[in-house]
Design a protein around this ligand. Sequence first.
Ligand code: PRP
Ligand code: URA
Length: 208
Amino acid sequence: MEAQLIDHPLILHKLTLMRKKDTPPALFRGLLKEISVLMGYEVTRDLELKNIDIETPVSKTTGSKLSGRKMCIFSILRAGEGLAQGLLDLIPTAKVGHVGLYRDPNDLHAVEYYFKAPPHLNERFNLVVDPMLATANSAITALDRIKRAGAKNITFLCLLAAPEGIKALNDAHPDVKIYTAAIDEKLNEKSYIVPGLGDAGDRIFGTI
Ligand code: PRP
Ligand code: URA
């Protein structure tokens, strides 16, 4: 099973608070935002730099600047917004794309209702974010769509993954690296992650 774990103690502490069923939406959102910044630090580790000449108050020196086109953060609506906002604070110059999807409650396939992306996706690092990777139907559909729009260099970031979702996503998109803070036990009969944290979108937006 291929997924990169970002299991820093601060992330696991915050994730445990998020899992608790009594954690209210405002706290849940705040914790997710904090975690997104911590995870963002790790998933952007390989961004390319170029040298630039600058002048400090003391002397001339050579510094570093991110090179190439601005990266694109793709938020899978709705719950992806909970991760995207913190990442955007970390990388304010990033472009943002949106893929609107929901799981059909009957057969769990992903239904697309919105897509908007910046141009030149083929020249960008594209970071696709959704807190939950369960069956992976949503992630696979989103990645299919984003690739059809031209993206080539793609990474998927989630908070929680089920082993079934990681396998399905690896099978469908072997070129996409997956980062997660935790790999949970399994999916239940309704394809919710166990132990998980429930419905991420509902918990972020208080629509339970
Ligand atoms: C949730 C979650 C993922 C999807 C994961 O979204 O945010 O997008 O389920 O499940 P999967 O891996 O089985 O596809 P949901 O469909 O509840 O929509 P929402 O974000 O609008 O609440
Ligand atoms: N989507 C969620 O929000 N939670 C799950 O456990 C599975 C899918």
